[in-house]
Design a protein around this ligand. Structure first.
Ligand SMILES: Nc1ncnc2c1ncn2[C@@H]1O[C@H](COP(=O)(O)OP(=O)(O)OP(=O)(O)O)[C@@H](O)[C@H]1O
Ligand code: SF4
Ligand SMILES: [Mg+2]
Length: 325
C-alpha cells in the first residue's frame, strides 16, 4: 500500500487533442492521477501513447497551433493550472513545476555559459542579484555534485561531458525548488552509467526536499528501481496504475501483462518498450469500446460496448478492463 501523504498534484480527466487537416488526434484523452509529496510516479507505455503530451499539458506547453487542452483539471497545490493566464503560468513554470528533457543539449543554450543559465533561473524566480546570485548558482552546481563548481560556472555546454551537462540541467531545475519535476527520458541517448548516476542523484535530492517526480520512461527496470507507483498508458489513457510492487506482481490489465511478459528481465536496459503483437490504434479513429480490443487476447463481446470503467482491484491499484469486473 502507498503511504498516505499530502497530494501535490491532482489531475482529473485531462484531455489534449490535436486538430489537424486529417482529423482530431486524441493524444491525451481522459488522464487522471494523483501524485503525493515526495512520491515518484513512473509513466510507461508504447511510443505515441501520450506520455510526453501529458507532461507538456501539465505545464501548458502543448505544441501550437494544432494542440489544445480541451478539458480536465490540473490541480497543483490545490490550484487549477488550466484556468491560469499565460503570465501566471510563466511564473508557475520552473518555480512550482518543471520538465527535464533527458537530452541535455535541448535544454541548454550553447551560446551562454552554465553560470549564466543557472543564475538566470534563480534570478527570475527568487529575484537575487550580484554576489548572492552567483553564490546561489555555485551552490546549485555543488548540490548536483559538479566538482569545482566555481570554475564550472564559466564553462559553456560544449566544454562539459554529457553527464555533467545533465547535472547542469538538473541544477537549473532544482535551484528553483519546484514541487513537481517531470523527467522525460523517451528521447534518451545518454550513456547508461551516467543515467543511473543521474537518477540516483534525483533520488537523493528527493529524499532531502520532498520533491514529487513524474518519471516518463520505456524502461521497466528503471521504474522498479526509481518509482513508488506506476501508471501504464495506452492510446491516450491510463489503463492501469498502482504501487510498483503490486502492479509488477499482480498486473491485471492484459496490456500490462503482455508488456511485462515480454520484458526479458527487470535488470536489462531497454531503449524501447518490448513490442507486443499488433499496432496501437490511430488516435484519430479509435475503436469502439476498449481501445486495446484489436490486440487483446482476452477480448470478449462486452469489450466493444463501451470504454471500461476504472475499478480498484486492490488498495490504490486501479484497472480499466471489462475482464476484471
Ligand atoms: N504536433 C503534433 N501534431 C499532431 N499530433 C501530434 C503532435 N504531437 C503529438 N501528436 C500526437 O500525440 C500522440 C502522443 O504523442 P506523445 O509525444 O505524447 O507520445 P509518447 O508516449 O511520449 O511517445 P514516445 O514514447 O515515443 O516519446 C502521438 O501519437 C501523435 O499522434
Ligand atoms: S476490456 Fe476487453 S479488450 Fe480491453 S483489455 Fe480488457 S479484456 Fe481486453
Ligand atoms: Mg515522449
Amino acid at each position: 500500500m502507498v503511504a498516505e501523504g499530502e497530494v501535490t498534484l491532482d489531475v482529473k480527466d485531462l484531455r489534449t487533442h490535436f486538430f489537424t487537416r486529417r482529423g482530431v488526434a486524441k493524444a491525451v484523452d481522459g488522464v487522471s492521477f494523483r501524485l503525493r509529496r515526495g512520491e515518484t510516479l513512473g509513466l510507461v507505455g508504447e511510443s505515441g501513447s501520450g506520455k510526453t503530451m501529458t507532461g507538456l499539458s501539465l505545464l501548458r506547453l502543448v505544441p501550437q497551433p494544432a494542440g489544445r487542452i480541451v478539458g480536465g483539471e490540473v490541480r497543483l497545490l490545490g490550484e487549477n493550472l488550466l484556468t491560469k493566464s499565460q503570465a501566471e503560468m510563466r511564473h508557475i513554470r520552473g518555480r512550482l513545476i518543471s520538465m527535464i528533457l533527458q537530452d541535455p543539449m535541448t535544454s541548454l543554450n550553447p551560446v551562454f555559459n552554465i553560470g549564466f543559465q543557472v543564475a538566470e533561473g534563480i534570478h527570475a524566480h527568487q529575484g537575487l542579484r550580484g554576489k548572492s546570485l552567483w553564490d546561489k548558482a555555485e551552490e546549485a552546481l555543488r548540490l548536483v555534485r559538479i566538482s569545482s563548481p566555481k570554475d564550472r560556472l564559466k564553462n559553456y555546454p560544449h566544454e562539459m561531458s554529457g553527464g555533467m551537462r545533465q547535472r547542469a540541467v538538473g541544477a537549473i531545475v532544482l535551484s528553483c525548488q519546484p514541487a513537481v519535476v517531470i523527467a522525460d527520458e523517451s528521447t534518451t541517448s545518454l550513456d547508461v552509467t551516467i543515467q543511473a548516476q543521474y537518477l540516483q542523484l534525483l533520488r537523493d535530492i528527493q529524499r532531502e526536499s520532498s520533491l514529487s517526480i513524474i518519471f516518463i520512461t520505456h524502461d521497466f527496470g528503471i521504474v522498479a528501481q526509481m518509482c513508488d507507483r506506476v501508471a501504464v498508458m495506452y492510446a491516450g489513457r491510463i489503463v492501469e496504475s498502482g504501487s510498483v510492487l503490486d502492479l509488477f506482481d499482480h498486473p491485471a490489465h492484459p496490456y500490462t501483462r503482455a508488456l511485462l511478459a515480454s520484458v526479458p528481465n527487470m535488470e536489462s536496459r531497454l531503449e524501447r518498450l518490448p513490442s507486443i503483437e499488433g499496432q496501437p490504434p490511430a488516435l484519430g479513429s479509435l475503436p469502439e469500446g476498449c481501445r486495446f480490443r484489436p490486440r487483446c487476447r482476452e477480448v470478449d463481446e462486452k469489450c466493444q460496448e463501451g470504454y471500461p470503467p476504472e475499478v480498484e482491484v486492490a488498495p490504490e491499484h486501479f484497472v480499466s478492463c471489462w475482464g476484471v469486473m
